[in-house]
Design a protein around this ligand. Structure first.
Ligand code: PGA
Length: 251
């Protein structure tokens, strides 16, 4: 596994220029902990340029991209535009997009490949629903998503992370047991190794879904957990920085 954990915040549809101070505080913490943890904030597209200018050298990310490099796609934004605005990474395949915009695995794969082509690193999300877990299908569903969404080229530990985010854990305060997280991350690791050989061993597998300062250390201690994707608790530096510190301590 890669030496340091990656902790990425996903602001979703929250934040305007008045929140740039939070970005600055997180970037200061990341600089203080450099070499022990890697940190990124995926802010709304409207804030990427301002945030990247505010904290040069800190990783600002997008939350989604279009799968094409350009064209007649009203309202959409492509990877090259986000890169030009100052993003260095993007989330693809978040369950909120898979659900609301019917993004299937082939679309998620195309987005991941488009991001890598334009020089953006990728956090690729997978995760089962409550009903799928209840039916005993969580492993099968997530492994199928991984197999169907992984980019065919350009994936390395430095360019790709996979985020396991059980849908029922997102924004609910519920999290899987440590052994359920371990089981899923081990299964994803096998798929990554099958797809990419030794590079697949080093690609970080993040856990996401109700990560908080109070549970972060426990989650980071689980085998094959290479970091976290954090929603609600990334909006305020006062919540997010302790999670980042827990990841630095876990190494
Ligand atoms: P949450 O969201 O931390 O608010 O549960 C995680 C995510 O959706 O990435």
């Amino acid at each position: 596994m890669s030496a340091v954990k990656l902790v990425a915040g996903n602001w979703k549809m929250h934040g305007t220029s008045t929140d740039l101070g939070e970005v600055r505080t997180v970037a200061d913490a990341a600089a203080r902990l450099r070499g022990r943890v890697e940190v990124a904030l995926c802010v709304p597209a409207t804030l990427i340029h301002r945030a990247a200018e505010e904290v040069p050298g800190f990783a600002i990310g997008a939350q989604d991209i279009h799968m094409k490099d350009k064209g007649a796609h009203t309202g959409d934004v492509c990877a090259a535009m986000l890169h030009d605005a100052g993003a260095s990474l993007t989330i693809v395949g978040h369950s909120e997009r898979r659900d609301a915009y019917r993004e299937d695995d082939s679309i998620v794969r195309a987005k991941a490949e488009a991001a890598l082509r334009s020089g953006l690193r990728v956090i690729l999300c997978v995760g089962e629903s409550d009903a799928e877990r209840e039916a005993g299908r969580a492993l099968e569903v997530v492994c199928a998503q991984v197999a169907g969404s992984l980019p065919r080229e350009g994936a390395e530990p430095a360019t790709l992370a996979v985020a396991y985010e059980p849908i029922w854990a997102i924004g609910t305060g519920k999290i899987p047991t440590a052994s359920d997280i371990a089981e899923m991350h081990d299964a994803i690791r096998e798929r990554l190794a099958a797809a990419y050989g030794s590079a697949g061993q080093g690609i970080r597998i993040l856990y996401g879904g109700s990560v908080k300062p109070s549970n972060a250390a426990e989650i980071f201690a689980i085998g094959n957990v290479g970091g976290a994707l954090v929603g609600g608790a990334s909006l305020k530096a006062a919540d997010f920085v302790p999670i980042v510190e827990a990841a630095a301590e876990a190494n």
